[in-house]
Write a protein that binds this ligand. Structure first.
Ligand code: SF4
Length: 498
């Protein structure tokens, strides 16, 4: 059967689109099992969905819906398919969390829950054989007007998923820059997370389950990308690169043995590893790590149920700096019931943590998380009843409901002031003190000029608007900046002093 796999557009054009790894894996799995698949990624390719349907004549269209911002586009595409009687299956984290709402839209026939490979293949097999799909595990559908949700089998190991065939896309369209690497791509080495933080989508999706891909698969993919695209770096998009020291060591040793000469970055939990682990990571090519701190106070850690050891996180930043690994730490403002005092302490902790860059976000409720369910139960939030409502509720880019006790303006000043500091501080990079944002901005401009299409113009317009917003909130409210201790000081810059 011919299956067209579509990555729905987010409408958020600021960031470079990541490789559609989920769709690539599904496409490879279909191909390996005798189906013909194609990928249409609306994040990097122009319009023409109907034209693609005409040319390819798929018997099934799969649409990836990774986040709430993709709903509008995914619904639009599904309507087109409905008019042509082409069955549509949605997949991706957001679709998996609200399958009933997707089905009730009237234009989505199936939702693949969790890993999309097995249910999509089983569905393609069933449709091509003219057999019913009612018993396919991990597939939701409407039957008799009611949602029939077949839970996925227990999460299987990732060895059953394929080594990705990247020939489905032009990977050069997804290159992004970080420090001196200009041909970086997103890849993955694991799925899920051992944590169940109350605000995080993993509390409703992975539910504490972390699964590792065979490291041989990862090495094979990196080697292929290096040979065919001359990549110089990758970002592992995993929520957690390793849940313990032993796993991390095995992963690093495999990369060292492969001698790939590829720089990489990843997300870690900031209290899991010891000093020597970061030196091993550096030896394996790790140059940057991202650490989700989320709250700099013990009360905040209890609220979000992350229970991070905040003292150990400080050690981690120092050890990373000693090993030559650049650190970015993130935190969330506007958590439910957060007071000004708690936020002040949290910001003070983040400023003294020793991370080279600190980025703040504003709390937004995500479907099926413990925090969202609690807010609904307390009557402080109505459970969104449509996909459109979820799309506006579940985003960290806009300020929706403010559930904290801190005025919304203060949250926006803090978040934008942190971005401003990241943009204008100098960092010690490759032996020189540089401003991070200048290199990235130049890369982005070059990229936009090279493309010269409507999307690039949009990108430029959105970037300019967001830049103005950053400057406005960062500079026009000196009282709030002072209140939260976000002045620019020499000690914010460069390597941690502690
Ligand atoms: S916030 Fe991070 S540590 Fe917590 S569940 Fe999500 S991915 Fe895991």
């Amino acid at each position: 059967m011919r299956v067209l796999l579509v990555n729905a557009a987010t409408g958020y054009v600021k960031q470079k689109a990541p490789l559609p790894l989920g769709l690539l894996s599904v496409a490879t799995h279909l191909k390996n099992n005798g189906h013909e698949a194609r990928i249409y990624d609306r994040a990097v390719e122009g319009g023409g969905f109907s034209r693609r349907l005409d040319r390819f004549s798929p018997g099934l269209v799969g649409i990836s819906v990774p986040g709430g911002m993709s709903f509008a586009d995914a619904l639009k595409l599904s309507r087109v398919c409905k008019k042509r009687n082409i069955p549509v299956v949605w997949g991706g984290p957001m679709a998996s969390l609200v399958p009933e709402l997707a089905l009730q839209s009237g234009v989505v026939d199936f939702v693949a829950l969790g890993d999309g490979e097995a249910p999509t293949l089983a569905l393609a097999d069933a449709l091509s054989a003219g057999e019913p799909a009612e018993n396919i595990a991990g597939l939701a559908m409407l039957r008799g007007g009611e949602p029939l949700v077949n839970k996925p089998d227990r999460p299987a190991g990732l060895a059953g998923l394929p080594v990705i065939d990247f020939t489905f896309v032009d990977a050069s369209k997804y290159f992004f820059k970080n420090r001196s690497c200009e041909r970086m791509l997103h890849v993955y080495a694991s799925k899920g997370c051992t944590g169940t933080c109350a605000f995080c989508y993993n509390s409703g999706l992975a539910k504490g389950c972390w699964r590792r891909r065979p490291v041989g698969y990862v090495v094979e993919e990196l080697r292929w990308l290096k040979e065919h695209y001359r990549i110089d770096g990758v970002y592992f998009v995993d929520d957690l690169i390793a849940p313990d020291r032993e796993t991390l060591a095995g992963f690093c040793r495999a990369l060292i043995a492969a001698s790939l000469d590829i720089a990489w970055s990843c997300d870690i939990r900031a209290d899991l590893f010891e000093r020597e682990d970061f030196f091993l990571m550096a030896e394996a090519g790790c140059r940057w790590v991202m650490c989700g701190i989320e709250s700099g106070t013990p009360a905040g850690q209890r609220l979000i149920k992350k229970y991070l050891d905040l003292d150990k996180a400080r050690d981690t930043m120092r050890w990373c700096a000693e090993a030559g690994i650049f650190t970015t730490a993130t935190f969330i403002t506007g958590l439910p019931d957060q007071t000004e005092e708690d936020l002040k302490q949290s910001v003070a902790y983040m400023r003294s943590l020793g991370a080279q860059t600190v980025i703040g976000g504003i709390f937004g409720p995500f479907p099926a998380t413990e925090m969202t369910l609690a807010l609904v139960e307390q009557g402080r939030m109505r459970m969104p009843a449509t996909l459109r409502e979820w799309a506006s509720a579940a985003t960290m880019h806009t300020l929706g409901n403010n559930f904290s006790r801190v005025p919304s303006r203060e949250l926006r000043v803090i978040v934008n002031r942190c971005l401003y500091l990241v943009m204008f501080n100098r960092y010690e990079l490759e032996g020189a003190r540089k401003r991070l944002w200048l290199g990235r901005l130049a890369f982005q401009l070059r990229d936009m000029l090279r493309r010269g299409n409507l999307r690039s113009l949009l990108l430029a317009a959105v970037s300019a608007k967001e830049l103005l917003e950053i400057f406005w909130f960062a500079l026009m409210y000196p009282g709030i900046v002072k209140k939260y201790g976000l002045q620019r000081t020499r000690t914010n810059e460069g390597r941690p002093r502690g």
